[in-house]
Design a protein around this ligand. Structure first.
Ligand SMILES: *Cc1c(COP(=O)(O)O)cnc(C)c1O
Length: 470
C-alpha cells in the first residue's frame, strides 16, 4: 500500500462521536454502560489506525468499527473471577481456589455479612470486644492450646510470629527445612522480611539435636521447625522431632515454633491416608507457637491460624503488624462455622468438602465414575473412545506430597482431534473444565467433581467433539 493510500484509508476512519451516534440507533448497545462503550470505541479505532499505518488493509466502515467495539465491550463486561470445574482430582488445588467451604460456612457468611454483628463488640459489657473472640476458645478446645488467633494467611502468620518473637535475633532452622511453597513463600525470604536472622544447622539430609544445641547462643531467639509440606527427603536422613526441640528450647530458654503448613485437626490415617501429625500433637509437644493454614487440610477459608502459649500469643496480638494482617468478618464467620463442625469428627468428615473428597475410597470413586462414563458415552457417540482408567488423585496444597489416592477416572480419546486440543477446548468452555492429559487421553477424575458437574461436562464434550466431526 502506498503512503497516499494509507492516508486515504486513515481519513475514512469514522470518529468516536459519530460511532457513539451510530450506537444510539443499535439496540444491541443498550446493555453496555456508556463509559465502557466509549472506551471500547476509542481502543478499536486506535488499533485500526495502527494496523492501517503498518500497511494492513482494514474494513473501516462505521458498521464494522461499531461491531468490533461492541465485541470488545462485551468481553470487558464479562466477570473475570468465574467458577471452574475441577476434574483434575487435585483436592486442594491452589490455582483453583484450594478448599471449598462447607454449607454452614457459606450460610454464616451471608448472615454475618448482610447485617451488623458483634465483630469487635462485647455484648455483655457493651464495650469494645476482641475480633478473635469468635474462634479463640474453639481453637483452644480443638487443639489443646492456651491461646489462639488468626490472620490473613499462614505466610502472614509465620511473618508475624517471627517479627514479634525474633526480630533482630537468631532463628535456628534445619537446612532440610528451608522450604519454598508455590507462589514465592520461602523460609529464608520470610525470615529476612521479619528481621529474624536465619541460622542454618545440619546438612540437607541430616540434622541432629546436637546441631541445634551447639548453635544456640545468647543471640538465639527461637528454634523453628518447618513442615516440609511439598517434598520428602528420602534415604539416609535424620531430622529432630518437635518434642525433642521443645525440650531443648525449654532447657535453654529459647522459644520453639513450628510452621505446620497444612495442619490438620483429625488423624487422617483413620481414613486410609498417611499419618500426619495433628495440630494437637504439635501443641502437646510443648511448642510455644504453631501456625497452619485455614484453607488446606482444615477445609476452611484462607487464613493463617496461630495457636500456642498464652505469653507468646499475647505479644503477637499487640504487634502493629497484626492490624495489617487481620482477618475480615467473612473469613471469621466461615472459620467459626467450619471449626464448630470439628466438635464431632464424623460430622466434619461428612460436611466439610475437603475432608469428604479426601476420605473417598476407591470403591466410592468407582460408583461415581459409572454414571459419568454412561452419560459421556451416550452423548459423544462414536466421536471418541471413552473408557475407565484407574489412576490416582492428589491432595494438593502441599499436603501428603507423595500420597496417591486411587481413583477410577474417565479417559477420553477423541478420534478427530488430539487430546491436547480437547483439553484446551474444555478449558476454554464456559464454565472452564480443567482436566489433565495422561497417555494421550483427556482424563476426568470424579473425586473433585461437584453436584451438577457431570451434566456440564457431558454437554461440553458433546458440543466440542460432535461439532468438530461435522
Ligand atoms: C502452605 C504453607 C505455607 C503458606 O501458607 P498460606 O496459607 O498459603 O499462606 C507456609 N508454610 C508451609 C510449610 C506451608 O505448607
Amino acid at each position: 500500500m502506498t503512503a497516499t493510500n494509507t492516508q486515504d484509508i486513515l481519513r475514512k476512519l469514522p470518529g468516536v462521536d459519530s460511532l457513539l451516534e451510530l450506537a444510539k440507533t443499535d439496540t444491541a448497545t443498550e446493555e453496555i454502560p456508556p463509559r465502557v462503550l466509549k472506551t471500547a470505541i476509542r481502543q478499536t479505532l486506535e488499533r485500526l489506525r495502527s494496523r492501517i499505518r503498518k500497511g494492513d488493509t482494514a474494513n473501516v466502515s462505521p458498521d464494522n468499527c461499531l461491531a468490533t467495539a461492541l465485541a470488545m465491550a462485551r468481553k470487558v463486561l464479562k466477570p473475570k473471577l468465574v467458577p471452574c470445574i475441577n476434574a483434575t482430582g487435585v483436592v486442594l488445588h491452589t490455582n483453583l481456589g484450594r478448599a471449598l467451604l462447607c454449607d454452614d460456612a457459606l450460610s454464616n457468611i451471608t448472615t454475618i455479612a448482610s447485617g451488623y454483628s458483634n465483630l469487635e463488640f462485647n455484648i455483655e459489657t457493651g464495650k469494645r470486644g476482641i475480633r478473635y473472640a469468635a474462634v479463640e476458645d474453639l481453637l483452644c478446645e480443638l487443639t489443646g492450646a492456651e491461646a489462639a488467633m488468626a490472620v490473613n494467611n499462614n505466610a502472614g502468620a509465620v511473618l508475624l510470629c517471627l517479627d514479634t518473637l525474633a526480630n533482630g535475633r537468631e532463628v535456628i532452622v534445619s537446612r532440610g527445612e528451608l522450604v519454598e511453597i508455590g507462589g514465592s513463600f520461602r523460609i529464608p525470604d520470610v525470615m529476612a522480611k521479619s528481621g529474624g536472622i536465619l541460622k542454618e544447622v545440619g546438612a540437607t539430609n541430616r540434622t541432629h539435636l546436637k546441631d541445634y544445641e551447639t548453635a544456640i547462643t545468647d543471640e538465639t531467639a527461637m528454634l523453628l521447625k518447618v513442615h516440609t509440606s511439598n517434598y520428602r527427603i528420602q534415604g539416609f536422613t535424620k531430622s529432630v522431632s518437635l518434642p525433642e526441640l521443645a525440650a531443648l528450647g525449654k532447657e535453654r530458654k529459647v522459644q520453639v515454633m513450628e510452621d505446620l503448613g497444612s495442619g490438620t485437626l483429625i488423624d487422617f490415617s483413620k481414613y486410609g491416608l498417611a499419618k500426619e501429625p495433628t495440630v494437637s500433637d504439635s501443641v502437646a509437644s510443648g511448642a510455644d507457637i504453631v501456625t497452619f493454614s485455614g484453607d488446606k487440610l482444615l477445609g476452611g477459608p484462607q487464613t493463617g491460624i496461630i495457636v500456642g502459649k498464652r505469653a507468646a500469643i499475647e505479644k503477637i496480638k499487640t504487634n502493629p503488624l497484626t492490624r495489617a494482617l487481620r482477618i475480615d468478618k467473612l473469613t471469621l464467620a466461615s472459620l467459626e462455622s467450619t471449626l464448630r463442625l470439628y466438635r464431632n469428627e464424623a460430622e466434619a468428615v461428612e460436611k466439610i468438602p475437603t475432608l469428604r473428597m479426601l476420605s473417598q475410597s476407591f470403591e466410592q470413586t468407582k460408583k461415581r465414575a459409572e454414571p459419568l462414563l454412561q452419560e459421556i458415552q451416550e452423548r459423544v457417540k462414536a466421536s471418541a473412545v471413552v473408557e475407565y482408567a484407574d489412576l490416582s488423585s492428589r491432595t494438593g496444597g502441599g499436603a501428603f506430597p507423595e500420597l496417591a489416592l486411587p481413583s477410577r477416572c474417565i479417559a477420553i480419546s477423541p478420534l478427530a482431534m488430539s487430546a491436547a486440543h480437547l483439553e484446551k477446548r474444555m478449558r476454554m468452555n464456559t464454565p472452564a473444565i480443567i482436566g489433565r492429559i495422561d497417555n494421550n487421553r483427556f482424563i476426568i477424575d470424579p473425586r473433585t467433581l461437584q453436584q451438577g458437574d457431570t451434566q456440564t461436562i457431558a454437554d461440553a464434550l458433546a458440543t466440542i467433539l460432535l461439532e468438530n466431526k461435522r
